[in-house]
Each structure stands twice: as C-alpha cells, then as structure tokens.
Design a binder for this molecule. Sequence first.
Ligand SMILES: Cc1cc2nc3c(=O)[nH]c(=O)nc-3n(C[C@H](O)[C@H](O)[C@H](O)COP(=O)(O)OP(=O)(O)OC[C@H]3O[C@@H](n4cnc5c(N)ncnc54)[C@H](O)[C@@H]3O)c2cc1C
Length: 381
Amino acid sequence: MNAADLPPELARPAKSGLIDAVRAIAQGPLAGRAYAIDRGAYPVDLLKQLAATGAMSAHLEKPDGSPGDYGLAILAMAEAAKVCGATGFMMWCQCVAGLYMQASGNPALMGEPLARHIRGETLGGTGLSNPMKSFAQIEALLLKATPVEGGYVVNGTLPWVSNLAPNHYFGAIAAVPADGASAAREMMFMLRCDAPGVTLKTCPEFSGMEGTGTFSVQCKDLFVESDDLVADPAKPTIARIRGGFVLLQCGIAAGIIQGAIDSMWAVEAQLGHVNQFLEDRPAELQAEFDALAARILKLAETPFDPSTEYFIDVLDARAHGAELCLRAANSALMHQGARGYLMSSEVQRRVREAQFVAIVTPAIKHLRKEMTRLSAEEMPA
Ligand SMILES: Cc1cc2nc3c(=O)[nH]c(=O)nc-3n(C[C@H](O)[C@H](O)[C@H](O)COP(=O)(O)OP(=O)(O)OC[C@H]3O[C@@H](n4cnc5c(N)ncnc54)[C@H](O)[C@@H]3O)c2cc1C
C-alpha cells in the first residue's frame, strides 16, 4: 500500500492524550447513558465523539507507512468498556471495519471514505461471525455471490450484525461457486445497508447489548460493484488480519474485567469483613488480569505475525480474557450482593456483557476448537 493513499487523520495525537480524551467521554456522558444503552438506546453521537479522539483508528497504518498501535486501540476500547461493555463492542466493530477498508488496498474504499470513517463521520461494522465459523467448520456460509458484469449479485441473510443503521456499512464475506474458469472461493466486500436489495430487520430482544444497533441483514439480489470489494479471494486477506481482529476484542474483555474488579473494591470497606470468604477476590483477580493485559499488549506489538504459533497465542489470550470476564463479573455480583442485583446496577449489567464476550464469535467453544485444530497441525509428524 502506498503511504500517500492514507488520509492525514491517521497522524494521531500522543498516547496519553488519546486515552485521556476517551476517559473523559467514558466517565462523563457515556457513564450517564450506559443504562439507557443497555435498554436499547443506540449512542450514535457518543460513537462519533469517541471515533474523533482517534480511539477507533489508532491501530491503522500511519501516513508515513509506520505501523498502527494495536495496544493503544485496545487500551482505548477498555476505557469505554469499563463503563459500558456494549460501547466497547461497538468500538471494536468500527475498528475492524476500518481495518478491512485499509487492508483492501482498494482506492475506492481508502482515501476519503477511510478518512470519513476515521473521523467518525460514517460508521460501520463487521459480519464475519458466520464466515469465521464457516472457516472453522462450525456452520455453512450464509451469503452466496454470483459473478456478473462489473461485480457480483449477493443473496442470503446474516442473523446478527451490530453497529448498524440505514446509512452504515459493514464487512461481509460471500461464497462464490466454482465455474468452468475458477474454483470455488469466498469474496469479501463492504455491504452498504442502504443499497437496493438490503433490508435491516429488527432482532428478537437480547438479554444484553440491546443498544448496539444489531440487526438481521437480508440481501435479495444485492449488486456489489468492484468499488466495494475488500478481497477476492478473501482467505489470504483474512489470514493476514485475523490476529489483529481477534486481539482487538481483548479491549472489550479488559474493560469489563477492570470494571468488575473496581466494583468489588467499592464495597470493600463496608462488606470486606464478610466478602473475605468469597473466592476470586479483587486483589487475586487484579494480579491475574495484570499478567493477562501485559501478555495481550506484547502480542499487540506484532499483529501481522503470520505464524500459527502466534495465532494460537492470540486465541488463547482471547479465551483467557473471556473466561476471566465471566469470573470477574460473577464475583463482583457476589461481592456487591443485592445492590449489585438492582436493574440500575452496572454490576449485573456487566454479568450480561461478560456473557456476550464469551459467546460472540469467536466464542469460547470456537476458540477451543480452533486451538485444538491448529495445535494438532503444529505437532511434528
Ligand atoms: C447481540 C449480538 C450481537 C452480534 N453482533 C454480531 C456482529 O456484529 N457481527 C457478526 O458477524 N455476528 C454478530 N453476532 C453473532 C455472534 O458473533 C455469534 O455468532 C452468535 O452469538 C452465535 O455464536 P455461537 O458460536 O455461540 O454459535 P451457536 O449459537 O452455538 O450456533 C449458531 C447456530 O445456531 C443457530 N441458531 C442461532 N440462534 C438460533 C435460534 N434462535 N433458533 C434456532 N437456531 C439458532 C444458527 O443458525 C447457527 O447455525 C451477534 C450476536 C449477538 C447476540
């Protein structure tokens, strides 16, 4: 990729300035809206403000060709997820949509469109759960693409895609059948929610993450022009970005874990005399979390490491993050007791957010399946 193609917005403020800016939004307006977001209010204005700090583009390559800072993007996401896990998740959606656009090398998706995405003027997400499960032989691809003059016609339905509204877009993958000239493959594209043939359908009510702008996306004879192509075939690009894709999700887990630990300390003076009989006490969890965070930030230094060993390590860190999320959120509820069980309490909300980290693709079961498969491949014959 040519550095001259990259928008100047990628020249980002210093690390501490960015984290301070995200923290100010998180502890201020986001904290005031977290309950409403949990109940279904999609915070489009806050997402735009967060994007404008550079939090959702810190990981992207810079105009001078220097690499992006995945660790900074993870830390920024954690600052928001500590207060609202749903917002942390939507930041991840925006982060990976930008990653797809930049990785495409397609001038129609880079330049000004990428600059607008980085500035938060446009928002997007990712519909890769189904393809990732398909690549892991968990389910079949749901979108089918037929090559036509100037692009493809796509049909099929994705059951859940987040951070969407009628004028948003997201990265998707469709199966292309074999024909006389080429073998079966997958192609990746940016799916525009306002394109003719696309319908956003309201999902059934979830137990959490209601404010994440999540829709079922139906495609009926959607024409995808070559300007919207991210990768064709898709697999080499997916192989290149998969480490960063999974690693960035650790920011959601990190925020939820730290938020849970903080809420245990918040009742320590009053309830420590009895809470001392619980397992997963805050000091123990903090030590485990600090070690995990250090490991994640180390992995974040080389997000494009192509080795299988590196990817297994990323999957393992992501699985540990999900497991620790569940334990920390659950223990925080045990520590806080009835006050944490109030519908208005962040403590019970975090239990549902932690459960989401454990089931969103790659879910814990998917992570373990992939680690088992890849480890078997790595074993010497
Ligand atoms: C709130 C929310 C937001 C999400 N956002 C995104 C997103 O932005 N992008 C994205 O790609 N994915 C998104 N997902 C999907 C998510 O990443 C997982 O794929 C999903 O949670 C299921 O993963 P799983 O591995 O547990 O699969 P499982 O649930 O174990 O298995 C999935 C299989 O079960 C079937 N199934 C699922 N639900 C039902 C049902 N109600 N009745 C019958 N069969 C069913 C499916 O067809 C599929 O074959 C979202 C999910 C939720 C709940």
